[in-house]
Write a protein that binds this ligand. Structure first.
Ligand code: FES
Length: 128
């Protein structure tokens, strides 16, 4: 397990690259380095922190970096493991690359789209 570089991309073109250790989530690493991301529950239930994986640059286990199912779009499982079940996301949303950054621990370097536009694309959490 190694550190991973996560590049966060906002709609206006701003980017921030955060180094995330194997012991922290993307949100925790962002907060440690002064990068502001939206959050609320920090437990994977509210969707406030959602991002979408755009590109995966290689995984800890060196597996295929295309989508896990062979598709061009990476799923969140291609780049992240979760500390707990991402209850607020459906299986289809995860397959489309949506990821809850408060509980997501990277297993690959990757680019992630963030911001209110991403939040508006996913459904409401059944838990909030
Ligand atoms: S902050 Fe609530 S799901 Fe991440």
């Amino acid at each position: 397990m190694t550190d991973h570089e996560i590049t966060l991309e906002w709609r206006d073109g701003r980017t921030e690259t955060v180094t995330v250790s194997p012991r922290e989530s993307v949100l925790e690493a962002a907060q440690r380095t002064g990068v502001r991301l939206p959050y609320d529950c920090r437990k994977g239930t509210c969707i406030t922190c959602v991002g979408q994986v755009l590109e995966v640059e290689g995984t800890d286990d060196d597996s295929d970096t295309d989508g896990a199912d062979g598709s061009a779009r990476p799923s969140s499982a291609d780049a992240f493991t979760y500390r707990r079940s991402p209850a607020a996301l459906t299986d289809d949303e995860q397959a489309d690359g949506y990821v809850l950054l408060c509980i997501a621990v990277p297993r690959a370097d990757c680019h992630v789209r963030v911001g209110p536009q991403v939040r508006s694309e996913v459904g409401d959490s059944p838990w909030s």
